[in-house]
Design a protein around this ligand. Structure first.
Ligand SMILES: *Cc1c(COP(=O)(O)O)cnc(C)c1O
Length: 415
């Protein structure tokens, strides 16, 4: 018997990532990844790169928080680090309006659960100290909803996703922060989908003490690198005083390698784990690209191109229920209702990577991460129109094209 199996070299084709994430990584980021030399995690340029990333990240987040850095891994790695401050028995109110805040809510219940609660339902614990406020799919978490729940429960922690990618909804960050301040709750925000797309400065939201994002959406650094996080001094003081049951995702310890110790920037990092020079270089380039584009300009560009896509799919008879600017979440016309997954699978099989919603109700999600041009949006619109036509939808392609032309010509005329 042969107990060795060596598979052929793995080839992954180039696809058009037109979903909620990951975004289409910029060639400059991939070049930095591939052209970086072999260097260990304490080599001077790797450490300098980490310090420079930290400083650029503060600009991208709009913050003076010293504890601003990247957590190795995906968005949920950063979220796990941020939510690690929640200890068994802590009171939390979490607002859930889609897939991702739903998973965050589960993480919170896992962390706040007592041993008994965890043992009673290990994979889905019902922690008595956690209140989950469910907001229906397709609706936003409003300031009033937050105010009502926090005034009633007066929790130690409050949690909300800024942009809920599962349903494509923007939640009320100002209302959340204000309510946290009013009721003395420490606010925690999942900013995975908004960082690098929305134009906002986290220091403008003093009710929020912890923020977590991801590498692969607005920051556009898919080569699995760093999930940006930022913590206020009050959050860090709380972790110092109460602890956190993690070495690797410890918000205080994880900061050391980025040159943050005892609340201060220090010149060179201290070992925490084996950071990759390739990942640091890629992340560094992604942050440079974001700052060169400019936060406000990038936000305007997303809004402009999302409008073109939204109008085009509306002209095809779809009903858009989202309000994020990087993603359109839609219901198909009545004639195709119930065939969302079939449509998406057909598109994906042709390398057009759109997505269904991952939780009920089933809708279609089309994203435009790093697709900020007339050509890219037209490509997405036409591929989607063809897929709908192939399933029997009647679409006036000329009218769709004319709509796109109007949108982009009006913009050219305005320049
Ligand atoms: C994508 C996403 C996540 C998960 O990020 P990963 O990089 O897949 O771990 C969490 N929250 C929100 C709001 C997201 O959009």
């Amino acid at each position: 018997m042969n107990d060795t199996t060596i598979f052929p070299q793995l080839d992954i084709p180039e696809t058009l990532a037109a979903g909620p994430g990951p975004g289409n990584t910029d060639p400059r980021v991939l070049a930095r990844f591939a052209q970086t030399g072999l260097a260990d995690h304490m080599q001077a340029d790797v450490l300098r790169g980490m310090v420079e990333c930290k400083e650029m990240l503060r600009q991208v987040w709009g913050t003076k928080n010293t504890y601003t850095y990247g957590v190795g891994g995906t968005g949920f790695s950063g979220l796990d680090c941020m939510l690690g401050a929640i200890l068994p028995g802590d009171t939390v109110v979490a607002f859930v309006n889609g897939t991702f805040s739903g998973i965050d809510g589960l993480t919170i219940r896992m962390k706040a659960a007592t041993r008994e609660e965890l043992a009673a339902n290990a994979m889905d614990p019902q922690a008595a100290s956690v209140t989950i406020v469910n907001v229906p799919h397709g609706q936003s978490v409003t300031g009033e909803i937050v105010e009502k729940a926090l005034s009633q429960h007066k929790p130690k922690w409050a949690f909300m996703a800024h942009w809920e990618t599962g349903s494509g909804r923007i939640n009320d960050l100002q209302g959340f922060s204000d309510a946290c301040e009013r009721h003395g709750a420490m606010g925690l925000v999942d900013a995975v989908s908004s960082l690098g797309i929305a134009d906002f400065s986290i220091d403008a939201y003093p009710g929020v003490v912890g923020w977590a994002s991801c590498p692969q959406k607005g920051v556009l650094c898919l080569p699995l690198t760093y999930a940006p996080v930022s913590f206020t001094d009050a959050y860090i003081a709380h972790v110092r005083a109460n602890g956190c049951a993690s070495y690797v995702h410890n918000p205080v310890l994880e900061a050391r390698h980025w040159g943050i110790m005892d609340g201060k920037d220090v010149p060179a990092g201290a070992y925490h784990r084996t950071h990759s020079g390739y990942a640091v270089a890629a992340f560094h380039e992604a942050l440079r690209i974001t700052l060169q584009h400019g936060r406000a300009q990038k936000a305007r560009d997303y809004a402009f191109h999302e409008k073109a896509l939204r109008d085009a799919v509306t002209a095809m008879g779809c009903d858009v229920t989202s309000n994020m600017t990087s993603l359109v979440v839609l219901n198909l016309p009545a004639s195709l209702a119930g065939r969302e997954k079939e449509l998406v699978q057909g598109c994906r099989a042709k390398g057009f990577g759109i997505w269904p919603t991952l939780s009920e109700p089933v809708q279609v999600r089309i994203g435009i991460l790093n697709q900020l041009s007339e050509r890219a949006i037209t490509d997405i619109v036409m591929r989607f129109a063809v897929a709908m036509k192939e399933m029997g939808a009647e679409i006036d392609m000329g009218a769709v094209q004319a709509g796109l032309d109007r949108h982009y010509q009006a913009a050219m005329a305005a320049e």
